[in-house]
Design a protein around this ligand. Structure first.
Ligand code: NAD
Length: 354
């Protein structure tokens, strides 16, 4: 197993360091992994003049999985667009063919008060949103702004999916649903958009390979509403790029704590990029204040989805649960009565709980 480690910018190096301490526990218990570090984003621009330089590309291509902190920072905001840190992210996603974005929205019961919704609505929430990441209206051609033949300015984007694109994401989602509660909800707008009517038709066809998974369908407007009304009715949701973009942000905010949310982006060979859902938090960078749990939970996802080591993934998740149950909180999830800890102390607590 080879892991490319990309600490990135801002709080990235601090939170990745804690995840590597957790990984070291597994290594000392026999897990065989090789690590290679490379810069991405602003750090890569500083070192190599590009956000996803050849060196980093080589390291990532050779790895089985990539662990990323976060990229971006105000000092890079005035660079030309192709040099900005966020372009490094787009570059790596494209280069590695990462088409399946997995965004869990998990609310540990101990953190139920962090949500803006009533604790009884969200406590114990555990949703997995599977979002297609490389197609849909974000990439469809033609696109652009123009003046039409009547001299009127107009703009257009094209919502398009090919059958293989829908099939491969459907297989990923059914595979995940099979490992969880065997429930999959496909979100579309099939009543209005042919693209998503086509999506629905193909998902129904793929379902024949997964008779053990119960497939349901929901229109995206209803799904947005149901996520707030009764989110615990969902287990795995699969949807296209634009609906997934919006719904995964909505679902993650049900939990109220951005520092807790992991994510994974996978390609066809299960190679994956694993990163917290949050950004580089420049406001708290270098202060040892960041919550490292999203990154630690991203490491657990790596073990589950790329290395298929369910025991190791479960061990990390159980350790995080134990630390929260014992009352340890970084500043972002702190409540009176709990014990406030720094980023590195939180890492130490998880290591101890392991
Ligand atoms: P952000 O997620 O970095 O921060 C939003 C707020 O949440 C801030 O107050 C921050 O302090 C807090 N926060 C985020 N992660 C935290 C953690 N682990 N522990 C405690 N608090 C945490 O979003 P932003 O401020 O909009 O963006 C900052 C930079 O990050 C920008 O340059 C942006 O482009 C970049 N960004 C990168 C990614 C990525 O690398 N995948 C994602 C989003 C934003």
């Amino acid at each position: 197993m080879k892991i490319a480690v990309l600490p990135g910018d801002g709080i990235g190096p601090e939170i990745v360091t804690q995840a590597l301490r957790v990984l070291a526990v597994l290594q000392s218990d026999g897990l065989k992994v090789e690590l290679e570090e490379a810069p991405l984003g602003g750090a890569a621009y500083d070192q190599f003049g590009a956000p996803y330089p050849d060196f980093t590309q080589k390291v990532c291509r050779a790895a089985d999985a990539v662990l990323l902190g976060a990229v971006g920072g105000p000092q890079y905001d005035n660079l030309d667009r192709p040099l900005r840190p966020e372009r490094g992210l787009l570059g790596i996603r494209k280069d590695l063919g990462l088409f399946a974005n997995l965004r869990p929205a998990v609310l540990f019961p101990e953190l139920a008060n962090a949500s803006t919704l009533k604790p009884e609505v969200v406590s114990g929430l555990d949703i997995m949103i599977v979002r297609e990441l490389t197609g849909d209206i974000y990439f469809g051609e033609p696109r652009g702004m123009r003046t039409n033949k009547d001299g009127v300015r107009e703009a257009l984007n094209t919502m398009i999916y090919t059958e293989p694109e829908v099939r491969r994401i459907a297989h990923v989602a059914f595979g995940i649903a099979r490992k969880r509660s065997q429930k999959l909800c496909s979100v579309d707008k099939a009543n209005v958009l042919e693209t998503t009517e086509f999506w629905k038709e193909i998902v129904i066809d793929v379902a024949k390979d997964y008779p053990d998974v119960q497939l349901t369908h929901m229109y995206v407007d209803n799904a947005a509403m149901q996520l707030v009304r009764n989110p615990k009715q969902f287990d795995v949701i699969v949807t296209g790029n634009i609906f997934g973009d919006i719904l995964s942000d909505e679902a993650s905010m049900l939990t109220g704590s951005i520092g807790m949310l992991a994510s994974a982006s996978l390609n066809e060979t299960k190679k994956g990029l694993y990163e917290p859902a949050h950004g580089s938090a420049p406001d708290i960078a270098g202060k040892n204040l960041a919550n490292p749990l999203a990154t630690i939970l991203s490491l657990a996802m790596m073990l589950r989805y790329t290395f298929e080591d369910e025991a190791a993934a479960g061990r990390i998740e159980a350790a995080v649960k134990k630390v929260l149950a014992a009352g340890f909180r970084t500043a972002d999830i702190f409540e009176p009565g709990m014990t406030k800890v720094s980023c590195s102390d939180m890492g130490s607590q998880v290591v101890a709980a392991m």
